[in-house]
Design a protein around this ligand. Structure first.
Ligand code: PEP
Length: 257
């Protein structure tokens, strides 16, 4: 059985005081080894939230929202994979659509970041997704295949084999818009991605790799999305900032395991 994952991307939200309050309100105590829950705070809160979760004996993990592809150097305002590892962070998002659209990251930069993270032994949540125009033009499968191209063809299979790659399909038109992909649209794309991985790098790795859905997941639509055979959980933005909604989403994945 594939690991099921719920990851809450807080983006540039929540002060340390607000984050601390939220962490105290989250309920996740499942003994099921197949379920993981992560919170993804801003850089300034990472270490404190990690320590708080450890002190609470919580099974919730922390991840970073971004990283720079260099190990160190004159990159004012940036954080490297090595720095994240050093404070005990083992997972990072790479390629979020807001990084692509607001910070001009392209497939090349994202590929460099993924490579740097993996080579520093970080696990990555690799985000990708088509725009509304691309979907309307019917080229969404082609776009997704292109966004996954480097990861599938240029990265060492060992990263897939060691379970260091989590995929997150996030149609850009569904992020923060309240417009979710239907369960059929999500399943169709996730099945396409799994088939692509199977064809290009091996059925065993395709079967094992978690593929998350992201884009306006809420308690109201979480269950039907997580019931899809190829949807292994969610990357949650807005709904992860509220304890009630995030707890319900965590509950939905637990019920579908
Ligand atoms: C995200 O930022 O990855 C995301 C899916 O946001 P939201 O859930 O708010 O659409």
């Amino acid at each position: 059985m594939r690991t099921k994952i719920i990851a809450g991307n807080w983006k540039m939200n929540l002060t340390l005081t607000e984050s601390t309050k939220l962490i105290h309100q989250l309920n996740f105590s499942s003994d099921n080894e197949n379920i993981r829950v992560l919170v993804i705070p801003p850089f300034t809160n990472l270490e404190a939230i990690k320590r708080l979760l450890k002190n609470k004996n919580s099974k919730i993990e922390v991840a970073a929202q971004n990283l720079h592809h260099s190990v160190s150097g004159a990159y004012t305002g940036e954080i490297s994979a090595r720095m994240l590892k050093d404070i005990g962070v083992d997972t990072a998002i790479v390629g979020h659509s807001e990084r692509r659209t607001l910070f001009a990251e392209n497939d090349e930069t994202i590929s460099l970041k993924a490579s740097s993270a993996l080579s520093q032994n970080l696990e990555i949540i690799y985000c990708f997704g088509e725009s509304l125009i691309q979907r309307k033009r019917g080229i969404h499968f082609e776009i997704i295949a292109r966004q996954l191209d480097d990861l599938i063809h240029k990265f060492e299979t060992q990263y897939w084999r060691y379970g260091k790659i989590i995929l997150a399909y996030e149609p850009v038109w569904a992020i923060g818009t309240g417009q979710t992909a239907s369960k059929e649209q999500a399943q169709e794309m996730h099945q396409f991605i799994r088939h692509l991985i199977g064809k290009e790098i091996g059925e065993d790795l395709a079967t094992k790799t978690p593929i998350l859905y992201g884009g306006s997941v809420k308690p109201e639509n979480a269950t039907e999305l997580f019931q899809q055979p190829d949807v292994d959980g969610g990357l949650i933005g807005g709904a992860s900032l509220n304890a009630d909604s995030f707890n319900l989403i965590i509950q939905s994945i637990a019920e579908n395991c």
